[in-house]
Design a binder for this molecule. Structure first.
Ligand code: HEM
Length: 592
């Protein structure tokens, strides 16, 4: 009899106790949120902004424009608001009480104040706390979110692997992986099938980044979905699903997304798969590096040459360090970060490059651009060997040819480089978000930014407590920076030296600038150049749906609610980075 009575007694006492604790927790939270909201409503009054609702701030404006039914990136909502405010250099979005206040930046001068070091922030303003939503994807010790001296140490460790000199030793890998990409496109051209370019581009960038970063070839381009590394518990499946499971910032307030209990469990599971596989690979890399050092020691003793070529970025970074559990855990974070940061962004760039090529058959200006690209490739690679000869020439392995490849990819493709830069200007896949710390004993100096205020005056405004989003999309579309043709795709602007010299510092920032700029930008640019050299003369692209044919300059932003006409230009949605909404559905043919 004693047991049930005890159980009843416990349950009777425990339930009210739990309710009381929950009530206290919720009350404290509510008070915190209310105080934060009231404080924010009093601050930042001078910063240009839409009228604020006394309770909901700018949430209602954002809610209208970011309605989850409208599948589009928050940048489009910011653009509409920026235009309605008369295109100020920066403006405020107060998303309290649900979220904090954000300064949205559309001007390169302000962007530079944020991303360059200053007397208070040695390595520029700290990254935003919103990045923590990705911690399972990139690891808690990731270079992307690390701060201060810890970040500096990591960055120094990996910089050598991403330097142009070292990357050129890996050109051969990029070229051979691009050959597989071209072969896949040739097969698709022969079949006449409609395909999703995102899948092909992602498989290519996955193969490149895993091979150059960890010397591990997952053969993403030749492995069918559902098999091996792409199987239900495979490493590539885990990496891609983790990316999809990141909390979707900027899709409006949807309680089913906020309070979804399954998402954290799934993320945890795939994180375990990902971490376990990578830890094994990193141990192998450390062993390979130690063997190579020992072998080269013997070679040196024998007087023979050392073979330092084609060492992965990780091996180079770990060389000489003692392989303890902490180093392996930390390196897992970095490799996860490179796989995430290097895969989707570069795959998105490749999709937009091909999209811009697809406009040539119906747009005279795009046809002229294509003609210039073809001329450049003909003059660098010649016509002998046919339209796909570039990879044969770039892929030659004797010493002299390798130097030639380095020179071609380094400086002998100015128009191709212009085409890539213009693509990144109009379709930047990523941007930076920072957080200005509140004033505190550790942060006693007020953080000031020179801003244009509501009265039109330029002055120093205190911005402690603000999150700052340097919106590359707005900076790159800003007519005050680029001229009246800012929204037009015009690679020729990049070969006009006078025009380029007239641009303000930091106008072009797809890889961000300052100490926290993209470590992989050289790699991304080389990948893009090799892909363009491989496809421009050989293939003709046709965008299926959202082709851009019916695009007018004064057209409204995409609605994404199923009412957009198939002939308007494809737009981006937010999947951690900005990715084309339809995965870039295409048809491809061999060019006649
Ligand atoms: C077109 C391709 C790419 C674009 C547009 C791009 C863009 C960016 C941007 C905007 C940032 C700043 C992010 C922030 O402040 O939070 C960044 C940082 C970073 N990117 Fe990239 N990226 C590209 C390719 C790559 C590649 C290929 C890799 C490496 C494998 C890479 C690795 C990183 C890392 C590790 C950081 C953090 C650097 C730090 O904070 O020190 N990215 N990238």
């Amino acid at each position: 009899m004693a047991q049930p009575i005890l159980g009843l007694f416990d349950a009777r006492r425990l339930t009210p106790l739990l309710f009381a604790l929950l009530a206290i927790y919720l009350s404290v939270k509510l008070i915190q949120i209310t105080l934060r909201t009231i404080t924010t409503r009093r601050r930042y009054q001078e910063i240009p902004q839409l009228p604020r609702h006394p309770v909901w701030g700018h949430l209602i404006n954002m809610g209208e424009k970011l309605n989850p039914a409208l599948r589009r990136h928050p940048d489009y909502a910011f653009e509409e608001i920026w235009e309605s405010l008369g295109q100020p250099p920066a403006f405020l979005m107060d998303l309290n009480p649900v979220d904090g206040a954000f300064l949205i930046v559309a001007d390169p001068g302000i962007a530079e104040q944020i991303t360059q070091p200053n007397s208070t922030f040695k390595y520029s303003l700290p990254k935003s706390d919103t990045l923590m939503s990705m911690y399972r994807l990139i690891g808690l010790e990731s270079l992307i979110i690390a701060e201060g001296e810890e970040w500096k140490l990591l960055r120094r460790r990996f910089n050598k692997g991403f330097s142009p000199q070292h990357l050129h030793t890996l050109d051969g890998i990029i070229i051979s992986k691009t050959r597989e990409f071209v072969d896949r496109l040739k097969r698709t051209a022969a079949s006449g099938d409609i395909f999703t370019l995102k899948d092909y581009a992602q498989d290519l960038t996955t193969d490149i980044i895993t091979t150059v970063a960890i010397e591990k070839d997952y053969h993403a381009q030749t492995t069918p979905n559902g098999v091996g590394s792409k199987g239900p518990f495979g490493m590539l499946t885990a990496s891609r699903l983790l990316s999809q499971l990141v909390f979707p910032v900027g899709r409006g307030f949807n309680p089913f997304i906020y309070f979804d209990p399954i998402r954290p469990m799934k993320s945890w599971f795939y994180e375990q798969v990902f971490n376990r596989d990578l830890a094994k690979v990193i141990r192998e890399q450390i062993a390979a590096e130690q063997n190579q050092i020992e072998d080269s020691g013997k070679d040196a003793a024998n007087g023979s040459a050392q073979s330092g070529l084609q060492r992965s970025i990780t091996r180079l970074a770990l060389s000489g360090l003692s392989p303890d559990a902490a180093l392996i855990r930390n390196t897992v974070s970095q490799i996860k970060s490179f796989l995430f940061a290097g895969q989707d962004t570069t795959a998105t760039l490749i999709q937009w490059l091909c999209f811009e090529l697809s406009k040539a058959p119906w747009s005279p200006s795009s046809a002229a651009i294509l003609e210039k690209l073809i001329q450049e490739h003909d003059s660098v690679f010649g016509k002998e060997g046919g339209p796909f000869n570039a990879l044969d020439i770039l892929g030659r392995t004797d010493e002299e040819s390798r130097k030639e490849t380095e020179a071609i990819l380094g400086s002998r493709l100015p128009y191709t480089t212009a085409f890539i830069k213009e693509t990144l200007r109009l379709h930047p896949p990523a941007a930076t978000a920072r957080l200005v710390p509140e004033l505190s004993p550790e942060n006693p100096t007020p953080a000031m930014l020179k801003l244009r205020t509501t009265s039109g005056e330029e002055k120093d405004v205190q911005v402690n407590g603000l999150r700052i989003y340097v919106c590359a999309h707005l900076v790159h579309m800003n007519k005050a920076v680029w001229g009246p043709d800012a929204p037009v795709f015009r690679p020729d602007r990049w070969v006009d030296e006078k025009y380029v010299a007239s641009l303000p510092t930091g106008a072009w920032r797809p890889f961000e600038r300052g100490p926290r700029n993209c470590i992989g930008q050289e790699l991304a640019m080389v990948e893009a150049k090799v892909v363009l050299c491989a496809v421009v003369r050989g293939f003709q692209w046709e965008k299926v749906g959202y082709s851009g044919k019916g695009q007018k300059e004064d057209m409204e932003r995409p609605r994404g609610d199923g009412k957009d006409h198939g002939e308007r230009e494809v737009w981006s949605v937010n999947q951690v980075t900005a990715v084309p909404v339809d995965g870039m559905t295409m048809k491809v043919q061999l060019r006649k």
